[in-house]
Design a protein around this ligand. Sequence first.
Ligand code: GLC
Length: 474
Amino acid sequence: MKNVLFVASECSPFIKTGGLADVIGSLPQALKKYERVDVRVILPLYDEIPSEWRDKMKYETSFRVPLGWRNQEASLYSLEHNSIKYYFISNDYYFTRKGIYGYYDDGERFIFFSRAVIEVFPHLDFTPDVLHGHDWQAGIAVALAKIIQPVENLKTIFTIHNIKYQGLMPHDMFEEFFNLPSSHFGGFEWNGMLNCMKSGIFHADKVTTVSPSYAEEIKNPFFSEGLHPILLEKSEDLVGVINGIDTDEYNPMKDSHIEVNYRHSRVKKKENKVALQERLGLPISEEKPLYVMISRLVEQKGFHLIQCILEEFLQEDVQIAILGTGDEEFEGYFSHISENHPEKLKAYLAFDEGLARQMYAAADFFIMPSKFEPCGLSQLIALQYKAVPIVRETGGLKDTVTPFNELTGEGNGFSFSNYNAHDLLTVLHYSLRVYHDDTKWGKLLKNVNKSQFSWKQSAREYVNVYECTTKVTI
Ligand code: GLC
């Protein structure tokens, strides 16, 4: 059995702002179940973690964390949940705040967390063979693990979930917080800034990202957010492993949020459609095609394309439901357009997990035209709930959705390649034609039913990565 310590800034069910939390919440389970790897997870103990979890945590010990000329106190807590052990690092000054990100000193907070992860090793009840850091918040932990080697022969993996967020701060933070000789500075600096993501990439034995296509894309300046030179240098040690979803959690046969549970039944899916129409106040119709979007309302997710063509698509006999929160620009746009088209479009500007599940269950189509998408989990959930994804061919969307081909009968969705609104509109119109053609629609749904995105295969691929770095057979 190999020991792996995940270092991350969020993890379901304790604390979540995005897809990262889903992955950190479900991948350790899969690694344990399929590959017998002992994965434990270490996280900051945010005030925001609900007391139902905090009350169950066990205090382990307190220890000192050197940060430049100062020492900070940290405490270690632990909790077992679904047979995975979780560790939490607490420090009132850094983590007793509302929310989890968005503070002027986020850089310092995650330098502290990373340094605390290194200092905690002697206090843990297991000895990691691999430290596996996720996203910029864990980049410094990967770098320090490589340099300080808190246990002999510790190997490091760094996973990029989204290269857009890099954890940038003034370069003099290195001297201020790091207690390292200046010869190490180059490994942390990028374009005159201290860069946490670059630090993780530079020091890791292996770098992974969350889909094979994104692993290729980020070597290109259009996607790399400036980091392509370092990724090109590292390209032999860079691999893409597609994310899975927890198929027990996202299961239309068992989901208690939805009106009628189902497996493949189109009749039952239509009952869910009617239930959603009632809830949202849309005209009741089993037959009208229902298009759904569930997303953070941010530019990455392709909302500028939607804005260009939505009015035109609403000329068709369709219904559209939108759920999410985000940038004011898009929230304003969707409130406005739903007022103008009350019979056709409803926008629910909130984060509501129950409603999200009802929307997946009700939808005929799921629209996700992202500008870039490292992996994307919603299109996988949509497929689980038999909603046909309409996506742009980028990153994980390209790796999980194959466009429907009338001639061969292959494909589990619709896609377009260029980041162009009229290409999206063309594919939306095409989806409508297929929907109204029983034979084609039936074929497409059969392919959707066969799509599988559990963690099983990806867990194996992660173990290969661990094996490659440690060169010991598990
Ligand atoms: C980030 C990416 C998303 C990915 C998720 C989990 O949120 O934007 O594409 O699915 O991380 O890896």
